[in-house]
Design a binder for this molecule. Structure first.
Ligand code: PMP
Length: 407
């Protein structure tokens, strides 16, 4: 398809068609979590109503159907981010678990005291804290690349920190707090030249632009289903197959073993080695449906739609006196993080909610990025496939009310 038919997209999302405080809902909190289209909800209902069963171990018909659908979803996810093979997709609870898996399994096995992990200042807490846990256990050093005044992170600023002791470079592709797009490809090439592996937090990229993990040079790539119009409780870790093969299990239990005796157990091959216990069967199948949905829209169309909306929203918000947008990197995704002279972020959030507008106020799990700009919180409007100019206008008008009340 050429271009996004937003009216058609909106028709797929029942939840959008409601009033909040008597006003039409304008859902602009997509970076926190997105809404779910009918095909995702229907796919999940179909599992429960027609063929629900545990996977991978049943000889009976329902189990085979569930297993087929489950593994088909893995194929879809692999294709969506251009993994070389579906065995490179490990299902996790979300990006947080995916990043913890890499830090625990790869980090503990391959990092020694004095080795270095390179991060950026704009990381989400879930791409900071797992590395701090590794630091405290193994004595690795964390090096943090700075954020420029416009919210950008340049490749050079990260590359300057990469040296012979660098084992891991862990960076977001897109900042959830500022919208900044980080030049992952260039950084990855430099990291590989020093023998480091590259871990990418792709939470805010996968739902909004085409992603090709091989072209990016990502060795690991983490993302969450619930931000890409899929269910909660499911996400994925892409890992290069040779690396997954070398890594120890993350958790032990059923599903991940080849054999168990009290003396010794052996593991299945990746990805099953990293999927201990009964997985989130229905959520995995729902994630597969979300991938189908996005693939059908076309990620280039999605990106173009959101870029156009971002430009419009930036212009509308810039016209509001006393409002400051934080994060104006030249390469930016559909996230508008701002403060207002007149009012605290939480007050802004409460007032625009009265106008039917759902946005987020807070530190967005990126306290260091907030601190970089001398603030503790921002108001954040984050865009998705179903958002419209009218909703941006609704937000801007509501911010006008904030000014009246506090101004
Ligand atoms: N990284 C980024 C950039 C995010 O935006 C988020 C979610 N806000 C996460 C990681 C964590 O994702 P989850 O809570 O779904 O595990």
């Amino acid at each position: 398809a050429v271009g996004l038919d937003v009216a058609r997209v909106r028709a797929d999302f029942p939840v959008l068609h409601q009033r909040v405080h008597g006003k039409p809902l304008a859902y602009l909190d997509n970076a926190a979590s997105s809404q779910k289209p009918k095909p995702v909800v229907d796919a999940m209902t179909a599992v429960y109503e027609q063929y629900y069963s545990n996977v991978h171990r049943g000889v009976h018909q329902l189990s085979q159907r569930s297993t087929d659908a489950f593994e088909a979803a893995r194929n879809k996810v692999a294709g969506f981010i251009n993994a070389a093979r579906s065995e490179e997709i490990v299902f996790t609870r979300g990006a947080t678990e995916a990043l913890n898996l890499v830090a625990s399994s790869y980090g503990r096995r391959f990092c020694q005291e004095g080795d270095e992990v390179v991060l950026t200042h704009l990381e989400h807490h879930s791409n900071i804290v797992p590395w701090q846990l590794l630091r405290d256990e193994k004595g690795v050093q964390l090096k943090v690349a700075p954020i420029g005044d416009d919210g950008s992170v340049t490749a050079q600023d990260v590359i300057d920190l990469i040296g012979p002791r660098t084992k891991i470079v862990a960076i977001s592709q897109v900042s959830n707090a500022l919208g900044t797009v980080v030049p992952v490809q260039e950084i990855a090439a430099a990291a590989h030249a020093q023998g480091a592996v590259v871990v990418v937090d792709g939470c805010q990229a996968v739902p909004h632009q085409p992603v090709d993990v091989q072209a990016l040079g990502a060795d690991f790539y983490a993302f969450s289903g619930h931000k890409m119009y899929g269910p909660t409780g499911i996400g994925a870790l892409y890992g290069r197959y040779d690396l997954l093969t070398e890594m120890p299990p993350y958790q032990g239990g059923g599903e991940m073993i080849a054999s168990v005796t009290f003396e010794q157990s052996t593991w299945k091959k990746p990805p099953h080695k990293f999927e201990a216990g009964t997985p989130a069967i229905v959520e995995v199948i729902g994630l597969g449906a979300a991938v189908d949905y996005l693939a059908e829209l076309g990620m280039a169309n999605v990106a173009a739609h959101e870029a156009e909306l971002l430009a419009y929203a930036t212009q509308r918000l810039d016209a509001i006196e006393g409002l400051r947008i934080h994060g104006r990197a030249p390469e930016k995704a559909g996230i508008l993080s701002f403060t207002m002279d007149q009012a605290h972020a939480h007050d802004v959030g409460t007032i625009v909610d009265r106008a039917g507008v759902a946005i987020r106020a807070g530190h967005h799990c990126a306290q260091p990025a907030m601190e970089r700009f001398g603030i503790s919180s921002t108001v954040r409007a984050s865009l998705g496939i179903y958002n419209t100019h009218e909703e941006i206008d609704q937000l801007a008008d509501a911010l006008g009310v904030v000014k009246e009340i506090f101004g």
